[in-house]
Design a protein around this ligand. Structure first.
Ligand code: NAD
Length: 356
């Protein structure tokens, strides 16, 4: 057995259909009386459902519904003023990674308890990582006090996520599990979570295709998203996440779609250096026939998700710039980062060619 370090994340996970009904009990146990519920403008109805559950049990429950992709500082400052005016004593974020990000940004600055209720599969709710944007430049920081203290996974809140967004969000989650398998600081628990998470996500995604309202399929996907998100929050990520950070941050490409398109290409680049991870991944992907890359490609084709960066607005003229930015800072990766080969990875992803 190789040496390893394992530090479990200090948070509470409440998983199960209808579990948002436990919120009043949760707040009472913690002594909070003035919750602030966060959402995007598109999910204000779900935020209202939460305040309706809470109102009979608290002094005041308010809503701030302006959460925005990439957590721009201007919105965080506005939310901070609102939170101050309302004298809120606890934050409840309901939404995808964007809303969780706003919850983290406020909680980190004001040292407020944060309960995250995720409604996509992105996984931000179980990471101590915060990405924020100032003047269109996105920077990330990691600090254990950024981690939401309680996470409630209630499958009912994911039913409204449209199928195409659900499928790319599932692959976004799967990418955390894939890169965890070859992380420099991986440990046996994270490997187990990654394999189980990938298996659950792949199975749930295929079931969702047949029935997008299936509680069982969506619950399986949430379970996989929790496991793979925990991998993201526990170990360092490599080439795939760096490429997606560059493409999302510098070229404003949509987060989950970018992850979906880049993943097979980043995996193909690293494959020769990570045979054990490829073997483990192949065992978790259906129809892989022992070949992880084949298994991933056939899963993506079956799901009918976007396969080319060109189709989501990335321009051929920007390939060189993206390659330069991607190699400008060093980071751990199983295979040495070669600028020209990375350019080719991005070009293939732009063109939507088969990953090889
Ligand atoms: P998102 O949060 O931006 O959501 C996309 C849209 O879908 C929003 O309009 C949202 O309101 C809507 N939506 C979400 N759930 C819905 C539901 N159940 N029903 C109907 N509409 C719903 O998308 P995302 O992919 O979850 O998050 C992306 C953001 O999160 C990016 O900024 C990314 O950088 C960040 N992120 C951060 C981490 C981290 O660890 N810090 C991890 C993953 C993602």
């Amino acid at each position: 057995m190789e040496s390893f370090v394992y530090s479990p994340l200090p948070h509470k996970i409440i998983f199960g259909r209808g579990s948002t009904r436990q919120l009043p009990q949760c707040l009472r146990a913690l002594g909070f009386r003035r919750p602030l519920v966060l959402s995007t403008p598109y999910q204000i109805e779900q935020a209202r459902q939460i305040t309706e559950i809470l109102k009979p049990h608290v002094e005041d429950a308010s809503i701030f519904s302006e959460a925005t992709m990439h957590t721009p500082l201007g919105i965080t400052e506005k939310a901070l003023r609102f939170c101050q005016d309302k004298e809120s004593d606890v934050l409840i974020s309901i939404g995808g990674g964007s809303t969780t990000g706003l919850g983290k940004a406020i909680s980190f600055r004001k040292d407020l308890y944060h309960i995250a209720i995720p409604t996509t599969y992105a996984g931000s709710e179980v990471t101590p990582i915060l990405g924020e944007t100032v003047d269109r430049i996105k920077t990330t920081q990691t600090n254990i006090s950024i981690l939401p203290k309680t996470v409630i996974y209630d499958v009912d809140l994911t039913l409204t996520l449209p199928l195409p967004m659900s499928l790319t969000s599932i692959i976004n989650a799967l990418a955390h599990g894939v890169e965890a398998l070859y992380a420099p600081n991986v440990n046996p628990i994270v490997s187990l979570m990654a394999i189980e998470g990938v298996r659950a996500l792949a199975r749930g995604a295929v079931q969702l295709l047949d029935d997008p309202d299936s509680i069982s399929a969506r619950s399986t996907c949430q379970y996989g998203a929790w496991l793979c998100g925990t991998c993201l929050g526990s170990v360092g990520m490599s080439l795939h996440h760096k490429l997606c950070h560059t493409l999302g941050g510098s070229f404003n490409l949509p987060h989950a779609e970018t992850h979906t398109i880049v993943l097979p290409h980043a995996l193909a680049y690293n494959a020769p250096k990570v045979p054990k991870a490829m073997e483990a991944l192949a065992s978790a992907l259906p129809t892989s026939n022992g070949d992880a890359l084949h298994g991933l490609n056939s899963l993506l084709n079956r799901l009918g998700v976007p396969r080319s960066l060109g189709s989501i607005g990335f321009r051929e003229d920007d390939i060189d710039k993206a390659a330069d930015i991607s190699v400008s800072k060093s980071y751990p990766n199983p295979r040495d980062i070669d600028r020209d080969l990375i350019r080719e990875v991005i070009r293939r992803a732009w063109a939507g060619e088969d990953a090889r």
